[in-house]
Design a binder for this molecule. Structure first.
Ligand SMILES: Cc1cc2nc3c(=O)[nH]c(=O)nc-3n(C[C@H](O)[C@H](O)[C@H](O)COP(=O)(O)OP(=O)(O)OC[C@H]3O[C@@H](n4cnc5c(N)ncnc54)[C@H](O)[C@@H]3O)c2cc1C
Length: 300
């Protein structure tokens, strides 16, 4: 039996496992190898790694983790999770299982993009969700925000610091009066005719086509995808979820402990604030939390 199984081997999961490895815990990291930022050529804003490819960052992180002799990394998908006695069983394809005293779920979220032709093939390159992550590379170009959510107007207010901005309401997300005043102060144009298509040699973007046939030049568009858990493992275990602005996430305390004793969650799966550094920091807390809980359980 492992001390801890960490499901998800990306920013949150590796950070959790690293703390546990250094505490000489026997850790299994299970990773399906599909981190959320895999669509981007470069990751930005992560300490010491700015501009590196996401896969290169994670390759180095896995290599460093495997220097610890009590760590195993298993490539594959955990299909099911259940409690057994004082511990947990994680099930894989074919019915094989691994057991652990504690679990950390660092499984991230999946993005559901607005259903517009041309979105998917540009995702992470010229269709973006986070200006702090990728806005700088698009600086001084004409930029758009394709509204997909009541908070899209808030997103639009940020964008002029990177380039001249048009807010596309899609006929559904009309800004409120106070937001229109703020748009005017920030020089944001509002286009109410819906975008029906993204145009250009993907992943490059020349602009967007509107339903009345007009073309508006933009080099990148920001949007707010709906997010959903990548895996039902937390739900299978009975972890309580909360509703975030873009989708549900696992409810945790400040150490990443979920509502189920012995189960921690970290990273995008357990917060509405999605960012690699925040995911890594949450993983550190969950790893330490899971370790210290093991001490409490033996001294209680
Ligand atoms: C296009 C894009 C670009 C981004 N760029 C940046 C950026 O430049 N800078 C930044 O700070 N943030 C960026 N982000 C946000 C960043 O990617 C996330 O905040 C971060 O990846 C969250 O880390 P995580 O470990 O919680 O989840 P993830 O990185 O998504 O990793 C989850 C891991 O769990 C695995 N997994 C899931 N379910 C299972 C299962 N059942 N069994 C086994 N493994 C499983 C997945 O395969 C994956 O490897 C970007 C996001 C997107 C969508």
């Amino acid at each position: 039996m492992h001390d801890v199984i960490v499901v998800g081997g990306s920013f949150a999961g590796v950070s959790a496992a690293m703390q546990l490895a250094r505490a000489r815990q026997n850790v299994l990291v299970v990773d399906a190898g599909a981190p959320r930022n895999r669509f981007a050529d470069e990751a930005h804003g992560f300490l010491g790694q700015d501009g590196r490819a996401p896969a290169a960052i994670m390759r180095d992180a896995h290599c460093q983790l495997l220097r610890y002799p009590t760590v195993e990394i298993l490539s594959g998908e955990a299909l099911a999770a259940r409690t057994i006695g004082d511990g947990f069983a994680i099930e894989f394809a074919g019915g094989s299982e691994r057991l652990a005293k504690r679990l950390i779920l660092a499984t991230g979220v999946s993005d559901e993009l607005p259903a517009l032709p041309g979105m998917r093939e540009r995702w992470g390159e010229t269709v973006l969700h986070c200006p702090y992550c990728h806005g700088y590379e698009m600086r001084d170009h004409p930029l758009g925000v394709i509204a997909a959510h009541p908070m899209s107007a808030h997103q639009a207010l940020l964008i002029p610091d990177w380039g001249p901005t048009t807010y596309f309401t899609q006929g559904q997300f009309e800004p409120e009066a106070a937001e229109l005043d703020a748009f005017a102060a920030r020089g944001i144009a509002v286009e109410r005719t819906p975008v029906v298509e993204l145009v250009g040699d993907a992943p490059d973007l020349d602009g967007v086509r509107l339903s009345d046939g007009r073309f508006v030049e933009v080099a990148a568009v920001f949007t707010a995808p709906r997010t959903r858990p990548t895996t039902p493992l937390a739900a299978m275990l009975g972890c309580v979820h909360e509703d975030g602005p873009t989708g549900p996430y696992v409810k945790v305390d400040q150490w990443g402990a979920t509502s189920i004793s012995g189960v921690w969650a970290a990273g995008d799966a357990a917060t509405p604030m999605h960012n690699a550094t925040l995911a890594s920091a949450a993983g550190v807390l969950a790893g330490i939390g899971a370790h210290q809980a093991s001490i409490r359980s033996t001294t209680a």
